[in-house]
Design a protein around this ligand. Structure first.
Ligand code: NAP
Length: 375
C-alpha cells in the first residue's frame, strides 16, 4: 500500500534556471502535466533573456514545447522570480553563485549542477538511497543565514544510476570495492557538447572531472548524516569514464566486492526486489521498484532500454561472477531523466511531501511569505 499522496490546494509554482539547456528542456517538459507543480518562470543567459521561451530555446525533444512554456519570457538570473522554488539546470560556470543568491533570497533551490554537491551542509540526494540526508537542511540554513531558502542537489548523471543499483546491495550484503567503466552518451555533455568530428565513429576516453565525481559522490550518497555532518561510506571506488557516440543513456560495466558472500541469484533477487517506502511510492515520479533486471545476455542497450520506467529506472543485466572481485554486471540509466531532470523532480516531490516547499508571496496572491501549503 502506498501512503496517501499529499493534497495541495494550489500547485506550487516552479521556476527553471537554465531552462533553455538540455536538462532545462527536460524539466520544462516533465513539469507540463505535473500534478503538484506548475511552471511559472524560466531563466537563462543574456543570450536568451527577454525573448519568449519558444524563440530562445533550441528544442531537442520529440514532443513539442509545452503550450504553458512557449510564451513565457525568459528572465535573467536575478532572484526575483514569481515562483515558490527553483530548479537549477545552469551551466556550472554560473550555477554556484546563482544558486546561493536564490537561496539567500528565500527560494528553495533543487540543483542539477556540480557546484554545491559536496558542500558539507548540502544534501546530495537520491530519495530511494538517502532521504534521511534532508535532515541537514536546518543546519545549512543556520550556517548560511538562509531563512526559507536552501540548496539540495542531485548527483552526476553516471553516479545516479550506479548508486541506485549499489544501494540494495549495500543493504543486503555490504560493499567493499567498486570498479566501474562507463560508456556515456553525448547528451551528457549538454548542447552543443562534443564536436561531431570528435565523436562520430569514435570513443573519447576522457570526460573532464567525471571520474573524480564518480569516485567521491557515492561516498556521500551511501554515507550517513550524523546530525552534524555527512560521514562517508568508506568504499574503494575506481572509475574509468568514456564518451561514446550514443544520443542518450549511460551504460556502465561494474565489478564489485561484497562484505558477505552471496550467490548470483541472491544478488539478482536483491536488485529485483528493491522496493521503495510507501512515502516514496506516493511521489508522482517515483517507481515502486526502481531497478529492472533483464535476463537476456545482450541487454541492457541504450536504444532498447533507455525509457524503462519512463526513464527513471536503472536497468541491470549480465549479473555474473567476477574473477577479480565478486560480482560483475552491466547497468543503464537515462542521463537526462534519472541522471538529471527526473532526479531533480523526484527530489522536489520529496521536499514538497515533507513540507520543505512553501508558497511565497506574489503580486496576484496576497498570502504571507512562506505560508505552509495545506496538506
Ligand atoms: P546545457 O545544455 O549547456 O545548458 C546550460 C544552460 O545554462 C542553458 O540554459 C544556458 O542558457 C544556461 N547558461 C549558460 N551560461 C549562462 C550564464 N552565463 N548565465 C545564465 N545562464 C547560463 O547544459 P545541460 O546539459 O542542460 O546541463 C545543465 C547543468 O546540469 C550543468 O551544470 C550540468 O553539469 C548538469 N547536468 C547535466 C546532465 C546531462 O546529462 N546533460 C546530467 C546531470 C547534470 P542559454 O541557452 O541562454 O545559453
Amino acid at each position: 500500500m502506498s501512503a496517501p499522496a499529499p493534497h495541495f490546494e494550489k500547485k506550487l509554482r516552479a521556476g527553471v534556471l537554465g531552462a533553455t539547456g538540455l536538462v532545462g528542456q527536460r524539466l520544462v517538459s516533465l513539469l507540463a502535466h505535473h500534478p503538484w507543480f506548475e511552471l511559472t518562470e524560466v531563466a537563462a543567459s543574456e543570450r536568451s533573456s527577454g525573448k519568449t521561451y519558444a524563440d530562445a530555446v533550441r528544442w531537442h525533444l520529440d514532443a513539442p514545447i509545452p503550450a504553458a512554456a512557449r510564451d513565457l519570457i525568459v528572465r535573467s538570473l536575478a532572484p526575483t522570480l514569481e515562483c515558490d522554488f527553483v530548479f537549477s539546470a545552469l551551466d556550472s560556470s554560473v550555477a554556484g553563485g546563482a544558486e546561493e543568491d536564490f537561496a539567500s533570497a528565500g527560494y528553495p533551490v533543487v540543483s542539477n549542477s556540480k557546484n554545491h554537491r559536496m558542500d558539507p551542509d548540502v544534501p546530495l540526494l537520491i530519495p530511494e538511497v538517502n532521504a534521511a540526508h534532508l535532515e541537514a537542511i536546518p543546519l545549512q540554513q543556520k550556517n548560511r543565514g538562509y531563512d526559507t531558502g536552501f540548496i539540495v542537489t542531485n548527483p552526476n548523471c553516471s553516479t545516479a544510476g550506479l548508486v541506485l543499483v549499489l544501494k540494495p546491495l549495500a543493504e543486503a550484503f555490504g560493499l567493499e570495492k567498486i570498479f566501474v567503466v562507463t560508456l556515456q552518451a553525448m547528451s551528457g555533455a549538454g548542447y552543443p557538447g562534443v564536436a561531431s568530428l570528435d565523436i562520430q565513429g569514435n570513443v573519447v576516453p576522457f570526460i573532464s572531472g567525471e571520474e573524480e565525481k564518480m569516485e567521491s559522490e557515492p561516498q556521500k550518497l551511501l554515507g550517513k548524516w550524523n546530525g552534524e555532518r555527512f560521514v562517508d561510506a568508506g568504499l574503494g571506488i575506481s572509475a574509468h569514464c568514456n564518451r561514446v557516440p550514443v544520443l542518450d543513456g549511460h551504460l556502465e560495466c561494474v565489478s564489485l566486492s561484497l562484505k558477505k558472500i552471496a550467490s548470483l541469484e541472491e544478488v539478482r533477487e536483491a536488485l529485483r526486489e528493491f522496493e521503495v517506502s510507501s512515502e516514496l511510492a506516493a511521489l508522482p515520479s517515483a517507481l515502486r521498484n526502481p531497478i529492472v533486471v533483464l535476463e537476456q545476455q545482450d541487454r541492457p542497450q541504450p536504444r532498447r532500454d533507455l525509457n524503462a520506467g519512463a526513464g527513471m529506472a536503472a536497468v541491470v543485466g549480465r549479473v555474473r561472477e567476477c574473477s577479480l572481485l565478486d560480482v560483475k554486471l552491466t547497468l543503464l540509466s537515462h542521463n537526462l531523466v534519472r541522471g538529471a531532470a527526473g532526479a531533480a523532480l523526484l527530489n522536489a516531490e520529496l521536499l514538497a511531501a515533507r513540507g520543505f516547499l512553501t508558497r511565497r508571496v506574489s503580486a496576484d496572491d496576497g498570502q504571507s511569505l512562506a505560508e505552509p501549503i495545506s496538506r
